[in-house]
Design a binder for this molecule. Structure first.
Ligand code: BTN
Length: 249
């Protein structure tokens, strides 16, 4: 049922590693043999990297922590669509598993209700005005119940009350990611963009944001192709990157 074509067909399973993204980056830099769809996965990620220099918490043997190597053939200015593809692949998978109240907190945090369940770290290497390759790192909380992180993460076991088989789940998740990726490659970018907005947390709602250390009210209207958050503040549209705005929900 979860038949894949290429993502995860080649896989490197590591007992433990600092970071699957860092490992994959190193591997690619040493070898010219580029294998689109290669997945590096570990049960024990010791120094998981998150967005904005944060750490990614994951208890040994409890969660999915892996990175996928992609060659998306995109212009650099359209790079954010990869984030959308991965986010939607994770959402599709979690929905199929029976989780409810799923959303994407810009840029690509996956939430279940008001708690984060999955994080994505996309690292694109650019050549000229194009993306040369992409490392998509994914952390998904599966069987972990207690977390140290302040933001009170959730996990599949916390939502469904049932322990999951990590290998089986990885195969299913890769299937859903591949489906979205293939739809991008076959030109369904508009559909992906609309779907991303369907799941975007807080879209068209009046929310409090922190901009330049001030609290302002604004409405999220969308995300630019490069990934900036488009917010209407005092009837004027502005675009922000991750360092420039924090939204307080
Ligand atoms: C975030 O939400 O801040 C992004 C977290 C990304 C974590 C994953 S786990 C696998 C891959 N390897 C890493 O070092 N980070 C990503």
């Amino acid at each position: 049922m979860f038949k894949r074509l290429f993502i995860g067909e080649k896989r490197i399973n590591l007992l433990e590693i600092d970071s699957t993204n860092a490992y994959l980056k190193e591997l690619i830099s040493m070898s010219d043999r580029e294998i689109e769809g290669l997945v590096v996965v570990t049960k024990n990620q010791l120094k998981g990297r998150g967005q904005q220099g944060n750490n990614w918490e994951s208890e040994n043997g409890k969660n999915l922590t892996f990175s996928v190597y992609l060659k998306p053939n995109l212009l650099a200015q359209n790079q954010f669509v990869i984030s959308k593809v991965i986010s939607l692949g994770i959402i599709d998978f979690l929905m199929d598993l029976g989780l409810k109240k799923l959303s994407i907190k810009w840029p690509n945090d996956i939430y279940c209700g008001s708690n984060k369940i999955s994080g994505i770290l996309i690292e694109n290497a650019l050549k000229g005005n194009k993306i040369y390759n992409t490392l998509a790192g994914i952390g998904l909380n599966v069987n972990q119940i207690n977390f140290y992180s302040e933001n009170n993460p959730t996990s599949i076991i916390k939502e469904l009350g049932k322990e999951q088989d990590l290998d089986e789940l990885l195969n299913q998740l890769l299937f859903f990611i591949e489906k979205r990726y293939v739809s991008l490659k076959s030109g369904k970018e508009k559909f992906i963009n609309n779907n991303y907005l369907d799941f975007l947390l807080g879209i068209n709602e009046t929310l409090n944001f922190k901009v330049d250390n001030e609290i302002v009210k604004g409405e999220i209207k969308g995300v630019s192709s490069i990934g900036k958050l488009q917010v209407k503040i005092n009837n004027q549209m502005s675009e922000f990157d991750l360092k420039e705005i924090e939204f307080l929900i």
